[in-house]
Design a protein around this ligand. Structure first.
Ligand code: MN
Length: 725
């Protein structure tokens, strides 16, 4: 068991001037309040805070962080209060303990909304003090090390959460040893069989591997000595299980075919020697093209620097070699903790400022301020935290880091909002490419812009970065408001004119605000926009705003259909969405991807933030999760024939000629099939899935009837998903 002295020794080793009294005091206090508590393992509870504090000392953090490790569960699990901690240990430590306590209340759940909120809280906690997160990581690491004492359902949940959230965070913070350990511990509980199998196999070949490591390191040593390199260190160690397993899965190869199981590392004195060493290695062993990576000239976003190469080594084995200096090695292992020295204050602002490695953290914090919808936020964080990166160049030679799959539009927005908003095309390595082309490592990108150009809503289909998505949505929101304001104004002007009244006078005299006082409509503009959206009728507004005697005496007949029609035509001809919302056709309309409505289905609309209207089927399960306030009545526009995607699933006898008879049923009813998949179930039946374009429910019913008429058909149904399964 760990003792306080182990921690004190560790801290003194890297920070001789540390105030050890505060650690002793924290230990005594923690022992007192946790007294009598035991962990699931049966050990005294105190073993846990001690272990957490020790991990924090291994990260070489300041005494306040280490003390927080000792105290981190006191407010959560005992009668201790933040006030008491503050009076005993001061504001700094009290704030850290408070931060960790708040984080502890976050349980990551499957429900997306909760997850989003939790991420926000986590970031807010981080933005106050990054040390809170480091303590939390240490806490999680020790809990994972002792997870075997938990009931098995909890083990799985906690391991999953660790794999999804904490390991990527440790990686993003650059603390690789914590990341590696968290991944392997999670792997053990998430896939116990694979884990057991793999560690068995590694165990069996251990002797061989040790011999191999010995041989290779000896050969590297002798080469570098002969070359006259004064001081260096060579080592080799097996890669961690999770990374081996990931490789087996991604390449679908068995364990026996994973060759580079061992990573060799050469640590030299300075940057020049890194490249020199690389030269010597390449002169004895042939490098594999495309595997050399220069993270020294182009560090990873978490600050990682190193040269990587893979060569054909002795016995024609592929071996992977990393070359770096001592300092690079320290950063590689400790990440943000290495940048952050005990001499500085621990706020994110000070660490992140002026340190390009943590630009992502800075951006993340900015985005969370810009985004309105927590789900939008979770999408973004997932993408930005967990995706791999590509590195691309500006024409001026600056490097930009973007998530994998990012496009020219992402690049444009990364340069500047205005460049993004006005971009009309892009050149990659001098050649014109479509805007949605995915960028590749090393591409040089030039963005072509035109003044007055506006973002296109189709871009949302392919952009990958939060920044681009946020900016495009913000623009569309603004556009939609403007349009609704324009439509609402025109409709209300007409309506008011019928009573001889002028809308603008009522707007100026604030009569509209007065009439709507106490309702959720705070301003005249808001009322007008609601009319424009179709959520309020112009007549209802007139009735509420106009004095009774004026409202009772219309001077004009209601506008004839054709006049209203003209008005709508004028503002709405630009697009035809296929649905009508109280006579207004011009809204951004999306069809929900959960229920895929077609004309004729009973439908309902949801006004989304900034993305117009989403149309669901009335019997869609998803609508129960949506805010009823945003529901509006919509009808199909009978004048428009829109082809909507759908999948139809037919279970039939498995016999020759079936497919052609089935597809005939579609053709006869003029329905296009874009994809047909036939799967024999091996019991004499087959499942046929047709992806098709449906214009109306009517047409669908005809096709279903025709399909049911085919001999050997057992059932026909509208599939839940459009993608054939
Ligand atoms: Mn704890």
């Amino acid at each position: 068991m760990l003792r306080l002295n182990d921690i004190l020794d560790k801290v003194t080793a890297y920070y001789p001037e540390a105030n050890l009294d505060v650690l002793r005091k924290a230990y005594i206090y923690s022992a007192k309040v946790h007294g009598g508590q035991v962990r699931k393992s049966g050990e005294p509870y105190l073993t846990h805070p001690l272990a957490v504090a020790f991990i924090l000392a291994e990260l070489e953090l300041d005494e306040a962080s280490v003390a927080t490790g000792l105290l981190h569960d006191t407010v959560e699990d005992t009668l201790a209060t933040t006030e008491e901690i503050e009076s005993l240990f001061g504001k700094d430590i009290a704030a850290l303990v408070d931060g960790v306590t708040k984080l502890a209340q976050i349980h990551f759940q499957n429900r997306e909304e909760k997850l989003a909120e939790n991420f926000r809280k986590m970031l807010i906690a981080m933005s106050q003090d990054i040390r809170v997160l480091l303590v939390k990581l240490a806490d999680r690491l020790h809990n994972m090390r002792t997870l075997e004492h938990m009931p098995s359902d909890k083990q799985k949940r906690i391991a999953r959460e660790t794999m999804d959230i904490y390991a990527p965070l440790a990686n993003r913070l650059g603390i690789s040893w914590v990341k590696v350990e968290l991944e392997d511990l999670s792997f053990r509980y998430i896939k116990p069989l694979d884990y057991g199998d793999l560690s068995d196999k590694l165990g069996k070949t251990q002797k061989e591997r040790e011999k191999f490591i010995e041989d290779v390191t000896a050969e590297i040593r002798s080469v570098l000595k002969r070359a006259g390199l004064p001081e260096f260190d060579v080592s080799g160690r097996p890669k961690h299980l999770w990374s081996v397993f990931k490789k087996m899965v991604s390449k679908s190869i068995p364990f026996e075919e994973v060759h580079d199981l061992i990573a060799f590392r050469i640590i030299v004195d300075n940057v020049g020697q890194c490249y020199e060493t690389l030269g010597h290695i390449h002169s004895i062993w042939r490098p594999i093209p495309g595997r050399f990576k220069d993270y020294v000239a182009m560090p990873k976003p978490n600050g990682y620097k190193s040269l990587h190469t893979t060569v054909i080594g002795p016995k024609a084995e592929r071996i992977e070699i990393q070359i770096r200096t001592d300092e690079m090695h320290h950063v590689a292992e400790s990440g943000i903790a290495a940048h952050w020295s005990y001499k500085e204050a621990g706020s994110v602002a000070t660490i992140v400022k002026g340190n390009d490695s943590f630009a992502w953290l800075r951006q993340l914090m900015n985005w969370q301020r810009e985004l309105v919808d927590p789900n939008e936020f979770i999408d973004s964080v997932k993408v930005d935290l967990f995706a791999d990166e590509v590195y691309v160049f500006t024409p001026g030679g600056d490097v930009l880091e973007l998530p994998r799959g990012a496009t020219a539009v992402d690049f444009a927005f990364a340069i500047h909002t205005q460049v993004g908003e006005t971009c009309i095309g892009a050149k990659v390595n001098g050649r014109l490419i479509p805007l949605k082309t995915e960028l590749r490592n090393g591409d040089t990108i030039e963005i072509l812009t035109r003044k007055g150009q506006k973002p296109n809503k189709d871009w949302l289909e392919f952009v990958k970065t939060t920044r681009a998505r946020t900016k495009i949505r913000a623009y569309l929101r603004m556009l939609e408001r403007e349009r609704s304001l324009q439509i609402g104004t025109e409709l209300l002007e007409k309506e008011f004119k019928r009573y001889g009244a002028s809308l603008s006078k009522f707007v100026k005299s604030k009569a509209i605000e007065k009439a709507y006082e106490g309702t959720k409509h705070g301003s005249a503009e808001d009322v007008i926009i609601h009319v424009g959206y179709g959520k309020m009728a112009a007549q209802a507004v007139a009735q509420k705003v106009l004095p009774d005697d004026v409202f009772r005496k219309p001077q004009e007949k209601p506008p004839t259909k054709s006049r209203l029609g003209q008005l709508i035509d004028r503002v709405a001809r630009r697009s035809s969405s296929g649905v009508i919302i109280d006579g207004i056709e011009d809204m951004l309309v999306h069809y929900a991807r959960c229920c895929y409505p077609v004309k004729g289905d009973a439908i309902i609309g949801f006004v989304t933030r900034g993305r117009g209207l989403t149309i669901h089927r009335r019997d869609c399960q998803k609508i129960h999760q949506l805010d009823p306030e945003r529901r509006i009545t919509v009808n199909w526009d009978n004048k428009v024939d829109l082809s909507r995607p759908m999948s139809i699933r037919v279970v039939s006898d498995d016999r020759e000629g079936m497919l052609s008879e089935l597809s005939n049923a579609f053709t006869k009813n003029k329905m296009n099939i874009s994809q047909a998949i036939c799967k024999s179930r091996g019991d004499g039946t087959a499942v046929n899935t047709f992806k098709c374009g449906v214009i109306s429910l009517d047409q669908l019913q005809k096709v279903v009837k025709a399909l049911e008429g085919v001999k050997g058909v057992r059932s026909v149904e509208r599939a839940k998903n459009v993608e054939p399964q």
